[in-house]
Design a protein around this ligand. Sequence first.
Ligand SMILES: C[S@@+](CC[C@H](N)C(=O)[O-])C[C@H]1O[C@@H](n2cnc3c(N)ncnc32)[C@H](O)[C@@H]1O
Length: 366
Amino acid sequence: MVKAIPPGGNWKSIPLDIPSRRLSQIRRTFLSGNGSRSTYYGRLDPDMPAFTISTCINRPGNGCYIHYDWEGGQHRLISQREAARLQSFPDWFAFQGTRASVNRQIGNAVPPLLAHHVARKLGRPGVFVDLFCGAGGLSLGFKMAGWTPLIAVDLDPSAVATYGQNVHESVVAGSIEDDAVFEALLEKVGELRPSDQPMFVVGGPPCQGFSTAGNRRSTADPRNSLFRRFSMFIEEARPDGFVFENVPGILSMDRGRFFGVILHELSKHVAGVSHWQLAAVEFGVPQRRRRVFVVGRRNQSGKLSPPARVTRLPDGQSSLDGVARAISVREALSDLPPLVAGEDGSHLDYVHAPEGAYQELMRRGR
Ligand SMILES: C[S@@+](CC[C@H](N)C(=O)[O-])C[C@H]1O[C@@H](n2cnc3c(N)ncnc32)[C@H](O)[C@@H]1O
């Protein structure tokens, strides 16, 4: 199947005589007009940024994860190292856990470069607490912008191990819904909080309940109550501000009512709340991923403008207006070694010196 798909191509290039239930299903859905499924069985286009790197990078039928180098015979899915790069995790960042867990950690993360641009909008860097920290994409971006992690929490022990090794040692494995964990965290924050620096609470509660992917968009999803815990934590910890991050699907859930509730709840704790939908591809990330950020500031009622984009997708018509062209998949990955299907390759050396600023950034030490 994979050999039949050229760079930038998808399931439509797969010969009809290759039997696959998944393909038959995709073809049926397509013919009935229920979505193009244009990224399914997708092969990356080397000259464009990637599509969203989800938690399913091991499933060709669920997205665009086939390596771009068709002529070079790279008939395989991208490796975890390559996926992490498309998420802007530097090469020194070592994910912990099983293969499935690492896929989840990579796919769930906020691209650190995007988080970095968000953090830089918040004024003088201070300290931050990350609820739902995962592997630490959001936190790493904050660190890159000069912020210091205070403490973090996540339910998943593997994500906690990754966070502890790569971002900050002070991270709790537990559920924020557990009152004992919640209270212990609050107490610790009270002890550690410096008096001379701003403190922000950041976090991206699990998004499956809000995501348009899958059919689980429901206010009844128990995971949506995790938002309430986030809000409660802000009420009790009284930080100088917060950053709530989520998937764009949150905007349209319940015809926008759910997002209205979120803004209303979060507004109670601060003087001003702003929200932005940002495209990672406009912030130096080689990936078309969108995320929603709600930013609250305790003492500033004015709206905060979104960060200025630094890169943009060429659209063929307008000029780039002085903004650099978005980073392509080739610019992101070309120095990584060729692999056979299923090979991890994270221990293999680079094939050449870094080509361009993105590869230099990814290869820079801690
Ligand atoms: C979207 S991911 C966060 C990604 C992270 N912000 C990053 O940039 O890497 C959501 C995380 O919430 C965690 N989580 C789910 N339920 C939780 C709970 N009850 N308490 C704490 N963490 C929880 C999951 O394990 C997952 O790592």
